[in-house]
Ligand binder design. Structure first.
Ligand code: F6P
Length: 364
């Protein structure tokens, strides 16, 4: 079909590679269809409040290497449950989806490309069900989105964590310490596992495999006995001890955004180890360094491919889908298939096997 105007927004937590998508969407739509790109600001908030600016070949030309998102992002602008604080500071929730639809219609858009994670794509699907021509593009450093093998942002986050491990290794060895690195990933261990293997960690603790403290301590002692009086541990923020539960920094009900904020397992683990071994323990929480900064080449390519493919989907009238990557192929996955599904490590994942084959302890 011929397209004149496409809307685009980036929702949820940012990650490296979002700007590569914005640039690719703009370039494909302008160069091949002479279309206008309406970029909504701060995710769905921009659609609700009709805040946008046009993306052009000129203002997107330097975006490829930039981290963050040129449009801004937000994970508190769900039009169906729009949360605001009232004058008394209480959180109030309103349904502003009609207002968002109205803005879409007034702008005469041929399609809306929603770039985001689970939350953003769920909202996108609701709008699709209400009749809006929507295409999703998956992003998350956590790599936990169902329906795609990779989302951009993940590989850059893994590289940041791997670099941190390389540094922790040398200082840990010098001082004969146990060095713990807490990484992000919510309830999935993809970042911890890939960073742990690439960064030569001795212990990797994952949300999918509850760990046994005795096994962890044993591994540290074994290393000591074998002449290696230092240990590097990667722990995913969602990792749990057997019989325990994930450490939560802030409950969802106290936030404008929907989900619990995880974190704290690294320092907790340090407390559990300290005193039980003859060495000092230090914990580093990598936090949002995993989300910011220059995307690596993998994420630049993936963001660019997914962006250009999303424009093709709009032109072909393939709405209600998410662009997805199943190496080496790009595909379209129905947004309906994502609902409530999180892609976590499964027991048969060969990387788990590989880690244990080379002597890494998974705490089991
Ligand atoms: O989903 C991406 C992610 O970075 C998670 O890994 C992390 O738990 C969460 O977002 C942090 O959220 P916020 O940016 O709200 O602190």
């Amino acid at each position: 079909m011929s397209i004149k105007r496409i809307g685009i927004l980036t929702g949820g937590g940012d990650c490296s590679g979002l700007n590569a998508v914005l640039r690719a969407v703009t370039r494909s739509a302008v160069i091949h269809h002479d279309a206008k790109i309406i970029g909504f600001e701060q995710g769905f908030e921009g659609l609700v409040c009709n805040r946008w600016h046009e993306l052009t070949l000129e203002n997107t030309c330097d975006l490829l290497t930039l981290g963050g998102t040129f449009l801004g992002s937000s994970n508190k602008g769900d039009p169906f449950h729009y949360k605001e604080r009232d004058d008394a500071g209480e959180i109030v929730i309103r349904d502003l989806s009609e207002q968002a639809k109205e803005n879409f219609t007034q702008l005469e858009l041929d399609g809306l490309i929603a770039v985001g994670g689970e939350g953003t794509l769920e909202i996108a699907y609701k709008f699709y069900q209400l009749g809006l021509p929507v295409v999703g593009v998956p992003k998350t450093i956590d790599n936990d989105l169902a329906g795609t093998d990779y989302s951009f942002g993940f590989q850059t986050a893994v590289q940041v964590a791997c670099d941190a491990l390389d540094r922790l290794h040398t200082t840990g060895k010098s001082h004969q310490r146990v060095m713990i690195l807490e990484v992000m990933g919510r309830s999935a261990g993809w970042i911890a596992l890939e960073a742990g293997i690439s960064g030569g960690a001795h212990i990797i603790l994952l949300p999918e495999i509850p760990f046994d403290m005795k096994v962890v301590l044993n591994k540290i002692e074994q290393r000591e006995a074998g002449g290696h009086p230092f240990t590097v541990i990667v722990v995913a923020e969602g990792a749990v001890e057997i019989g325990g539960s994930a450490k939560v920094r802030k409950k969802a009900e106290n936030r404008l955004q929907g989900a619990d904020l995880l974190g704290g397992i690294g320092h907790w683990l340090a407390g559990e180890i300290e005193g039980k071994i003859p060495h000092e323990v230090r914990c580093t929480v990598l936090g949002h360094t995993q989300r910011g900064g220059t995307p690596n080449s993998f994420d630049r390519i993936l963001g660019t491919r997914l962006g250009a493919f999303a424009v093709r989907a709009v032109v072909d009238g393939k709405f209600g889908f998410m662009t997805s990557f199943h190496p080496p192929e790009l595909k379209l996955t129905p947004l309906a298939e994502l609902a409530g599904r999180v892609r976590r490590l499964t027991p048969e994942n060969q990387l788990l096997q590989c880690a244990e084959d080379i002597g890494v302890s998974l705490g089991r």
